[in-house]
Design a protein. Structure first.
Length: 328
């Protein structure tokens, strides 16, 4: 899943984009290496998110693991580790976020309405369908963000926004009906959770913008995960473990928490710092593609030609919206 990115990005890029630096031949190679590193890290992070969704599908559908339990444990463990890292690198800012009442309130709201909502709807959609479908439906989130920003700024959508909206609607239609308006190719619950995850992603991306302009994203997301984990513990306590637990279950759960959350988060944010949020968000299209490929190859999820067409329609909206200057 896409992580919210800091609005401090232009400051990081301004010095590297000057004509003087571009004309300096000695700096050409380091910059090229930096770009390549950023591209590889962005693709790695997005791929790990997609793969972790497939591991989640395995746990829910083949091992009977409770969705709410996995969300609680994932957020608590990841939140604690991220906060420990943040405290080790910037102890003052990690705790000072609570000194201001407005910031503290926004952080709590983000943890509950942003972090919990996006985690639960995404994994619930996986449980009721599959990782590929859930991840692709969630990718409609950037279109919802573009629509919201249009209303907020009282600006009619341009040709690229209209095209993106049309492709998102078409792609969703093909994905959930296979072109037959009389029936759904996935369950109603899967469809509702998938669409809800797209809305949750939009809220999750837009809501913490003010906090991200003041504090490092590791701190904001770390506290968001921890708060969300604490809140969701009242829904399903982390010590109430269900399902069949064998070596495959343990490896899958560990992958989701370590690689699909911590390492994916770190590599993606590092990529944002190196190549910017816009390029990173485009490369994040590796997430639904990796989820689709692994679901088909490993879990033998039926994915037909019309599913791939619908998927490409939705994924292409990220590239189209990038032309308008809006970040996914």
């Amino acid at each position: 899943m896409l992580e919210p990115t800091s609005t401090k990005e232009p400051v990081l890029l301004s010095k590297e984009d000057t004509p003087v630096l571009l004309m300096n031949e000695t700096a050409e190679k380091p910059k090229a290496n930096k770009q390549l590193k950023g591209f590889l890290l962005a693709i790695t992070g997005a791929t790990l998110w997609g793969v972790s969704g497939t591991f989640g599908q395995f746990l829910f559908q083949q091992r009977g693991v409770n969705v709410e339990w996995l969300i609680t444990v994932r957020m608590l463990i990841s939140g604690v580790i991220l906060l420990l890292y943040a405290y080790a690198t910037n102890s003052r800012q990690t705790m000072s976020i609570w000194k201001h009442k407005k910031n503290a309130l926004q952080l709590v709201v983000f943890g509950i309405t942003g972090m919990v909502a996006v985690q639960y709807t995404y994994f619930a959609a996986i449980k009721h369908s599959n990782a590929a479908t859930a991840t692709i439906l969630q990718f409609a989130g950037p279109v919802l963000i573009a629509i919201y920003l249009g209303f907020k700024n009282r600006k009619l959508p341009g040709k690229f926004e209209i095209l993106a909206i049309a492709l998102a609607v078409l792609g969703t239609f093909l994905l959930v009906t296979h072109g037959d308006m009389g029936k759904l190719s996935i369950s109603k619950m899967a469809f509702l959770m998938g669409i809800a995850s797209a809305f949750a992603l939009a809220i999750y991306t837009l809501q913490p913008v003010t906090l991200l302009s003041k504090y490092d994203s590791t701190i904001v997301v770390g506290w968001g995960m921890f708060i969300g984990g604490i809140a969701f513990s009242f829904i399903h306590a982390p010590w109430k473990v269900e399902g069949v637990w064998d070596g495959y279950s343990l490896v899958s759960a560990a992958f989701i928490i370590i690689f699909g959350t911590l390492i994916a988060f770190y590599t993606y944010l590092t990529a944002v710092k190196l190549i910017g949020g816009q390029k990173s968000s485009l490369l994040a299209s590796a997430e639904p593609l990796s989820a689709a490929v692994l679901s088909v190859a490993w879990l033998h999820v039926p994915f037909y030609a019309i599913d791939w067409i619908g998927s490409l329609c939705i994924i292409s909206t990220v590239f189209i919206l990038s032309r308008t200057g809006k970040k996914a």
